[in-house]
Design a protein around this ligand. Structure first.
Ligand SMILES: *Cc1c(COP(=O)(O)O)cnc(C)c1O
Length: 239
């Protein structure tokens, strides 16, 4: 998990950060957007010293996708950064992170939502969540099919310690290398969801989490409000 840290590594991250910020601004400009698109640094396999360096450059949001790895690293993270959980989450692991993250992006069952609400109640908090959509219908991926969104929303609407903030997705890549048609679909699903839920208790839908290193500019074009960037910021990783 740990990598050797050299001066070059740090300056590489700084350079990548500058480039990503510039590209994000340009993508927003092209999309005619003046609202906020948050840049999340996805930290898997990255040493805490490098994560802290990214924070010192201006990153204010971290994405964690492995419970064990996060628990091992978090004591060495600089304080004050917002952390979201973005990986697959087993129900029996919720208790370990409930008071250590601000949002969970990967909710894909009523059972998981119920456990998050129960643990949040015990911890005296309300947890922000996103529903993960399997937009390409891929068997290998987490998330619910879009058709099940309504039912899951109804199932979770009465859970007292949840606040439903929106949707997350990891789209497939088509043979031509593009994910555009999936982002387009997600935009429509998100807009319908937001309109349909407005005014309902427990719902404050304002977040569409999509776009990674290879496709974040397209995601911005289709309304993403959080782009989750790992390898483009920190460099190539082994898994
Ligand atoms: C690893 C990961 C990312 C970032 O992927 P990159 O292609 O390295 O930017 C984003 N979201 C999730 C859920 C991830 O696991």
């Amino acid at each position: 998990m740990t990598e050797k840290l050299s001066d070059e590594k740090f300056s590489e991250v700084a350079e990548h950060y500058r480039q990503i910020c510039a590209r994000l601004e340009e993508a927003k400009r092209r999309a005619g957007r003046s609202d906020e698109v948050r840049l999340m640094a996805v930290t898997k396999t990255v040493a805490p010293e490098i994560v802290n360096y990214a924070v010192s450059l201006g990153i204010s949001l971290l994405g964690e996708n492995r419970v064990q790895e996060y628990l091992e690293k978090r004591d060495r993270y600089a304080p004050g950064c917002e952390v979201h959980f973005i990986g697959g989450l087993q129900t029996n692991k919720v208790k370990y992170i409930i008071d250590k993250v601000r949002m969970i992006h990967s909710v894909d069952s009523g059972k998981l939502a119920a456990e998050i609400s129960r643990r949040a109640a015990a911890a005296g908090t309300v947890m922000d969540i996103l529903f993960e959509i399997n937009i390409g219908g891929e068997e290998s991926k987490n998330g619910i099919p879009p058709e099940e969104l309504r039912r899951l929303a109804e199932e979770t609407a009465a859970l007292p310690n949840l606040r439903i903030r929106g949707l997350m997705t990891i789209p497939p890549v088509d043979r031509d290398g593009s994910s555009e048609r999936y982002f387009e679909k997600m935009k429509r699903i998100y807009e319908d969801f937001r309109t349909g839920c407005s005014g309902e208790k427990n719902f404050r839908v304002d977040t569409l989490s999509m776009g990674m290193s290879g496709d974040f500019e397209t995601a911005v074009q289709y309304g993403s409000t959080i782009v989750r960037i790992g390898s483009l910021l920190f460099g190539y990783r082994k898994y």
